[in-house]
Design a protein around this ligand. Structure first.
Ligand code: BG6
Length: 483
């Protein structure tokens, strides 16, 4: 068998996309609580009142204009408010996960449940106890959860108080939050990741083109991450803390050497810049080129350099959904993807949202990462967003999803046989949840169907899809049985 004994199998969900209960349990609001859903072609919108009291919206990752205030409008529907209601269904969901044979599961913590109003507001015991219940139950059911501290959902309070991540006060806030979690869940959780897809700040810079601010924010996040790694090792030497990066897998569109170079540069700029800093413990040599090209000037102190060196991540978590192409030639067809745009690859088919499906790219990418960093890998996210329908027989026959996972796990297996060290695979969104990019419930990744649509119609009833039974068999055989 290719997969080592003890290889972790499961799924990954996140607080803001699964929990719902947006204003319960002492949680404070987060930016995404003010976002409505988009569609296959449109990203979602975040709503607020501008300084003149008029209704306005902005795109994801936007910064609130001066004098504006986030606002809930009664005539709009906010999919994250209830999401798939994991907050009230967690026990049922964990039981379903256990039925599939999961040996792990990944979720993020809502910072806004643990420290709703920062350190000065104190720890919210109800939030801490919510996650303790979830983790304890998961352990009882035989899962070794791998937990993410941050997934784009800092309390709005921080934006109001500090302006955002470009303020170094955020580093102390984050490290305090991390230390509380490492201490509270000591013995329950031994594997953590700090920032989900930390590289999306640069892979998807939607910050009105303010690259100086973007690189400063990213620097502060990487320092906060390194300080948390150091703190975790002091609190419990058994804890392993990983970096988590959005998988950027691309090919040169043509053999034109300019395309080959542009593609390699793309990989350095969007992926390795963060990976190198967090796993090698220092900014790579090509950083100066990146800063120059973006007109960015970073003041990196000797102390920060030392923190990066001492706080290297123990493993590399990543997401992988798709690949695309890079070219220097004009007029090629653009295509979307997970937090990135690229050029269409004529050899690949795409999902309904235009993400090109590429299992071979997955194997290629696994080798690229392992060759470069030589640390254990962990696949946090891999999955297919699709429209599912409940058939007349009451079942969801999602053969396309089975095909997707079969092809990817097959390539994962080959990579393991060829020496890639990876300790687990969690599918993305094994329980249908709210899409991060479009805010839709109906962009479904799950093996468990959740009866809820984009407009708020539904009962939250859970149903096993065909992929549920397929994945169960795959896990029972430790990845051997993929038919
Ligand atoms: C990853 C995110 O980038 O992609 C997830 O970590 C997200 O939160 C996933 O849900 C899929 O993207 P989307 O836009 O289809 O939800």
């Amino acid at each position: 068998m290719a997969f080592p004994k003890g290889f972790l199998w499961g799924t990954s969900i996140s607080a803001e996309q699964a929990e719902g209960a947006w204003d319960e349990g002492g949680k404070s609001p987060v930016q995404i609580d003010y976002a409505t859903a988009g569609s296959t072609t449109e990203h979602r919108k975040i709503w607020y009142l501008n300084a003149d009291g008029e209704r306005e919206s902005m795109g994801l990752w936007g910064h609130l204009p001066a004098g504006a205030k986030y606002q809930i409008f009664d005539d709009l529907h906010y999919t994250n408010h209830d999401a798939c209601d994991f907050y009230h269904h967690w026990e049922e969901d964990l039981n379903l996960f256990a039925e599939m044979g999961f040996t792990t599961f990944n979720t993020s913590l809502a910072w806004s449940r643990i420290y709703p109003y920062g350190v000065q507001g104190g720890v919210n015991k109800e939030g801490v106890e919510f996650y303790r219940k979830v983790f304890t139950k998961a352990r009882e059911l035989g899962m070794d959860p791998v937990i993410t501290l941050y997934k784009y959902d800092e309390p709005v309070y921080f934006e109001e108080t500090y302006g955002g991540w470009e303020n170094r006060a955020m580093i102390d806030e984050f490290v305090a939050f991390a230390k509380t979690c490492f201490t509270e869940y000591k013995g329950l959780i031994n594997k953590w990741m700090t920032f989900n897809e930390i590289n999306i700040l640069i892979a998807f810079p939607g910050k009105g083109g303010d690259m100086q601010r973007t690189y400063e924010e990213l620097h502060n996040q990487m320092i906060a991450s390194a300080k948390s790694v150091i703190a975790a090792h002091e609190i419990d030497p058994e804890i392993k803390v990983g970096a988590m990066l959005c998988g950027i897998c691309s090919y040169p569109l043509t053999p034109d050497p300019e395309d080959v170079m542009a593609n390699y540069k793309h990989f350095q700029d969007k992926f390795c810049y963060c990976g190198d800093a967090m796993l090698r413990g220092e900014y790579p040599s090509y950083s100066t080129r990146i800063w120059k090209e973006n007109n960015v000037c970073l003041n990196i102190s000797e102390e920060d350099k030392q923190i990066l060196r001492e706080g290297k991540s123990d493993f590399l978590g990543f997401s992988y959904y798709m690949s695309n192409c890079i070219t220097t030639h004009a007029n090629e067809e653009q295509i979307g993807g997970n937090m990135q745009m690229g050029i269409k690859n004529p050899y690949l088919k795409a999902s309904d949202w235009g993400w090109q499906i590429d299992p071979v790219g997955y194997k290629y990418f696994l080798h690229l990462m392992y060759d470069r960093y030589q640390v254990p890998l962990f696949d946090v996210e891999n999955g297919l967003g699709a429209f599912d329908t409940v058939d007349e027989d009451g079942c969801i026959h999602d053969t396309y999803r089975i095909d997707y996972h079969r092809a990817h796990i097959q390539k994962l297996k080959e990579a393991v046989e060829e020496g890639v060290d990876i300790f687990g695979y969690t599918t993305w969104g094994g329980l249908d949840l709210v899409s991060a990019g479009t805010g839709q419930m109906e962009k479904r990744y799950g093996m468990i169907y959740v009866d809820m649509d984009d407009k708020g119609n539904g009962t939250f009833e859970r149903k096993r899809k065909d992929s549920f039974f397929w994945y169960k068999k795959c896990i029972e055989s430790n990845g051997d049985e993929l038919d």
